[in-house]
Design a protein around this ligand. Structure first.
Ligand code: TXA
Ligand code: MG
Length: 343
């Protein structure tokens, strides 16, 4: 039986110790981070990590992120760190930033999908930090969702999906950011963004002077092309309903295009910015937010609601591909199965 814990209640605070201990022993725990909820366990126990793949229905070649609470914990799992890598960690940790480093022997190959590298992140969310610290071991934690579903950003969205699979679920309210961390790998001193997130290309460039965005961040992958990050290969975030992402630099043109397509269907669902929503004369509409921060926070929650409307088409307003906008577009393009119209 899963135990649901709400740490806002004073009497439940001491139970965090108990939860951390269970995690150390190999139980699965759903916990909040500043990005999305994670489903985590002791990263150094292969039998525990195995349970994560089962609970999520995740392909075993898709490696996990290890969460640490200190530099000391980091040094247990990775080999030498270059100057550029160190600068990035100093700038963005703790926070929504994951870096791919060379792993040490102690990290089970199941964690890394057989790769010699390991993804590591130090979260800033207080409950997550405390939990990792109390567990005393790195915590392997993918986003808390069944594979292919949008990542969980609040307990209500994932309670049914995962409660059978885990020992504890910690309710920490809505995640502050709502999109998963930025994933970066440094090659020949140049950071490559493999998955965009709250830490933007622009911010990374300021710290180390250069940055590249992997082409697969927005483009569709051709089959059998080697990728730097296995996660790029998999279907993500997609509702059952057919979704189309529409964007134009000119707001009026985007609105016109969405209306034009929606008119060809019987029961369209429109997902638009708060300031644009009144331009769509259809009964089924969802507000994605009024700015990039709000959209980032809401997008997974909204994608989880789409199918409830039984739409015959879903039309989603895009945003400019810059800053946090790149991360939003990366998730939306995948949710739409790469059906994207730029006009
Ligand atoms: O914000 C986050 O990163 C959340 C929270 C829970 O921390 N976690 C998360 O984990 O999003 P997950 O497993 O859903 O995504 C991990 C991504 C995948 O795309 C995976 O392929 C990539 O990181 N990854 C992991 N290890 C890698 C490695 N060694 N090389 C390249 N990519 C790697
Ligand atoms: Mg995920």
């Amino acid at each position: 039986m899963t135990q649901l814990i709400n740490l806002k209640r004073e009497e439940e605070k001491q139970t965090l110790k108990e939860v951390a201990e269970a995690m150390r022993k190999g139980e699965l725990v759903v916990f909040p981070t500043e990005t999305v909820y994670g489903i985590g366990t002791n990263a150094l126990r292969e039998d525990a990590v195995e349970k994560i793949f089962e609970a999520k229905g995740r392909a075993q070649d898709n490696p996990l992120i290890l969460h640490v609470s200190s530099k000391k914990m980091l040094s247990q799992i990775v080999q030498e760190i270059t100057e550029v890598e160190q600068k990035l960690m100093d700038a963005f940790w703790p926070g929504p930033f994951t870096i791919i480093l060379r792993k040490k022997e102690v990290v089970p190959s199941l964690v890394t999908g057989g790769l010699e590298t390991v993804a590591v992140r130090m979260p800033s969310e207080k409950i997550a930090q405390e939990l990792i610290e109390l567990a005393g071991v790195p915590i392997a934690a993918p986003s808390a969702n069944r594979s292919g579903k949008p990542s969980g950003t609040n307990i209500q969205d994932i309670i049914e999906e995962l409660s059978e699979e885990v020992a504890f679920m910690i309710d920490g309210g809505d995640c502050e950011i709502g999109l998963e961390s930025t994933v970066v790998r440094v090659i020949d001193d140049v950071p490559y963004i493999l998955r965009p997130g709250k830490i933007t290309a622009e911010q990374i460039k300021v710290v180390v002077g250069s940055v590249k965005i992997d082409q697969h961040v927005l483009e569709n992958l051709e089959e059998n092309v080697p990728v730097l990050s296995p996660g790029m290969k998999y279907k993500h975030y997609a509702p059952e309903s057919k979704c189309i992402l529409v964007y134009s630099q000119k707001e009026e043109r985007m609105i016109e295009k969405i209306n034009e397509i929606a008119n060809q269907y019987k029961s369209p669902l429109i997902i638009a910015k708060a300031q644009n929503i009144h331009h769509y004369p259809f009964p089924n509409k969802l507000v994605e937010g009024k700015n990039l921060e709000e959209i980032s926070k809401n997008v997974f929650k909204i994608l989880r609601k789409v199918d409830d409307y039984h739409p015959d088409i879903v039309l989603i307003e895009g945003v400019k591909n810059q800053g946090l906008g790149l991360a939003i577009m990366n998730r939306l393009i995948r949710a739409c199965g790469h059906r994207y119209i730029e006009c």
